[in-house]
Structure formats: C-alpha cells, structure tokens
Design a protein around this ligand. Structure first.
Ligand SMILES: [Fe+2]
Length: 247
C-alpha cells in the first residue's frame, strides 16, 4: 500500500498532475496487454481501460446497453475489487500477469477479480465495429495456422462455437497457443484464464469470448448461440494476429 502510494506520488510529481498521467496512458494502454501492467506502475492502482470505440459501435451485433453495463458496471467492479484485494499482502505492487500466474485456487477474491480485469481488458481489444457488412476473417500467419490446424476456417468456427456452447454456467472460451506453439480451443470457468497455473489447459490467449449471461442477456436472452453467431461479426482479427505473433 505504502509502496503504491509512494510510486503514485513520485510519478504524479514527474508528470505534473495525476490527471495528466491518466490521460497520457489512457490511449496507449489499449494497444497491448503489457500496458495493463504499465497502468499499475503509473498510478499504483489498476484502472478501467477506456473502450477503443463507442458503446453503440458494435450494433446491431452487440447492443449499446449491454456494452455500457458490461464495461462501466461489471468490468469496473472487477477493477475496484481487485484493487481492494491486492492492497496489502503478497500481491501488492505486482503486475496483473504476475498475479494471474501465481494466484492460488483458494484465493477467491484475487482469482476472480484479477481474472475479471484481465479477461475483459482483452475481450474489448478483440472486438471492433463491423464496417464492411461482411464476416471478418483472420489475417496473415494466424489465418494460415488456423487453416493448417483445423483444416478450414469453417471447421474452426464450428469447433469454437461448440466449445463456447458447452461452457456450463459462467465462463470463457479461448483460442490459445500452447507451450509447443500449437493452437488450441479451450474453456475456463468463471473468470479463470489460460495464464493461470491452476487451470487445466494453459497457454497464451489469441481470442477470448465472454459467455457469461451478462455479456448477452439483454439482447439475446437465453439464446447463447445467437450471441456467439453475432460475435463472429465483430472480431478484431488484426488484434488476434498481433497476439498470435507477439513473443
Ligand atoms: Fe463479462
């Protein structure tokens, strides 16, 4: 706590004002996942990242109200509770990745809220407005890897959709690269993710799909399949390619 406050005051003094520090990192921290850690170092606290598009921008596939509540209430809640959970103790001052990799299965507050913050930060970045009224498709090396490993994009889409549908209750569906660099479709419960050592299948996330009901219930009600079908229209494949090629 003291360390965080000292860092915050030091950084604020260097940059003039805390508000300026916030605005300086606001845009930058959306560009990659490492910047979630940068946000911690800048202010001493985890922050809710701004969305790189308006709440209504994913219409008609994901509605404005859902986006607003999902971001400003659900994600904000994870950030606030994470800050409380790591205020003192062994996770204090650690980056989000360090927390995720070392969190214990029994530490529910850190596990759920660190996962919730990281997963949603990633999820927003992997969405983008559908500007061309066509199904966006993977690009570059990721497209080649998907085709090689799953035979075709169509087969991959079917497998991923099936996995997302099979999540019982709340959770996430992922495309990850495992330790050998192979693509894998996996699922995690609640706010767990593939960076955690406590999950069955670990790896580096390339795609993330939130299948909690809060992600779709207002528009799609109980029809998760309709939500997943809509989600394919707003995937930011360029970001997925970036994550796939990132060392
Ligand atoms: Fe969510």
């Amino acid at each position: 706590m003291e360390n965080n406050r000292r860092n915050f005051l030091k950084k604020s003094a260097l940059l003039g004002l805390a508000g300026v520090a916030g605005s300086l990192i606001g845009k930058e921290k959306l560009t990659n996942l490492e910047n979630i850690s940068a946000a911690l170092q800048e202010t001493g606290k985890f922050e809710l990242p701004k969305l790189p598009y308006a709440y209504y921008a994913l219409e008609p596939f994901i509605d404005s109200k859902t986006m607003e509540i999902h971001h400003s209430k659900h994600h904000a809640g994870y950030v606030n509770n994470l800050n409380k959970a790591v205020e003192t103790g062994s996770f204090s001052g650690k980056s989000i990745e360090e927390i995720l990799r070392s969190v214990n299965a029994n530490d529910a507050a850190v596990r759920n809220n660190a996962g919730g913050h990281y997963n949603h930060s990633l999820f927003w970045q992997l969405l983008e407005p559908n500007r061309y009224k066509m199904l966006p498709l993977p690009e570059g090396t990721l497209r080649d890897a998907i085709t090689t490993q799953f035979n075709s994009f169509g087969e991959f889409k079917q497998l991923f959709t099936g996995k997302a549908m099979s999540v019982f209750g709340s959770g996430w569906c992922w495309l990850i690269t495992d330790a050998q660099g192979n693509l894998k479709i996996t699922a995690t419960a609640n706010q767990d993710n593939p960076l955690m050592q406590i999950v069955a299948e670990q790896g580096k996330p390339v795609l993330a799909l939130d299948v909690w009901e809060h992600a779709y219930y207002l528009k799609h009600q109980n029809k998760r399949m309709d939500y997943i079908s809509d989600w394919w229209n707003v995937i930011n494949w360029q970001k997925a390619e970036e994550l796939f090629t990132q060392k």
